[in-house]
Design a protein around this ligand. Structure first.
Ligand SMILES: O=C(O)COP(=O)(O)O
Ligand SMILES: [Mg+2]
Length: 218
């Protein structure tokens, strides 16, 4: 295993509380009804545009393209500044350090837009941690299209059989399957389906086990 590529939201960090706060900041500004934490968490996974569409549908019953554009712009404004309640999942920092000290290279492939991704990585002092970072708006297509994952691998000068992808959601599982990548599913994120129902090479719920699970893939 030369490298591990990670998803971000629901995989390395629990950002749902800050995403919820950004969502309700936009809705408050627009005089629209607010969403619950569970609703907001359920909208995560396909990037900011889809998040906003789902949110608008929930509170207004319909997507109006002009309003969606505006809500999207304002959501990105708040999203970029929302880190106060974002937490790194337990033992993630130790797991990443261990991989690095084992000579495993690290990449990041998220559907979070690039600007808030860069902002939260900086906030966590992870700005230089990942060799290649692709956000949900870095390419014309986003996950579950396999292109973003393939782009990360390409930018690292690697080939797909040399990496494993780690993510938390239906989107990540489908991305890995369509790319033909090995996939580890972190079960404590924002997934809705049963873990067994999703493509994976291994499941894990504790980052203290990640290195061993990856080693068993080889
Ligand atoms: O922003 C999203 O919708 C999901 O982000 P993720 O790909 O890092 O889980
Ligand atoms: Mg995720």
């Amino acid at each position: 295993m030369r490298a591990v590529v990670f998803d971000l939201d629901g995989t390395l960090i629990d950002s749902a509380p800050d995403i919820w706060q950004a969502a309700n900041a936009v809705l408050t500004e627009e005089g629209l009804p607010l969403v619950s934490f569970e609703q907001s968490r359920g909208f995560i996974g396909r990037g900011a545009r889809v998040f906003v569409e789902r949110m608008e549908l929930a509170v207004a019953g319909v997507n109006d393209p002009t309003r969606t554009d505006h809500l999207h712009t304002r959501f990105l404004h708040f999203y970029e500044r929302a880190h106060e309640n974002t937490r790194i999942y337990p033992y993630v920092a130790e797991a990443l350090e261990r991989l690095r000290s084992d000579g495993v290279r690290l990449g990041l492939c998220t559907n979070k837009p690039f600007a808030p991704t860069a902002a939260v990585l900086k906030h966590l002092h992870w700005a230089d941690f990942f060799e290649a970072v692709i956000g949900g708006d870095s390419l014309p297509v986003s996950k579950p299209d396999p292109a973003p994952l393939l782009e990360v691998v390409g930018r690292m000068g690697l080939r797909l059989p040399e990496i494993a992808y780690i993510g938390d959601s239906e989107t990540d599982s489908e991305t890995a399957q369509r790319a033909g990548a090995r996939f580890g599913l972190y079960t404590e994120g924002y997934r809705k389906a049963a873990p067994e129902a999703l493509f994976h090479n291994f499941l894990f719920n504790d980052y203290r086990h990640l290195s061993d699970r990856l080693a068993q893939l080889n």
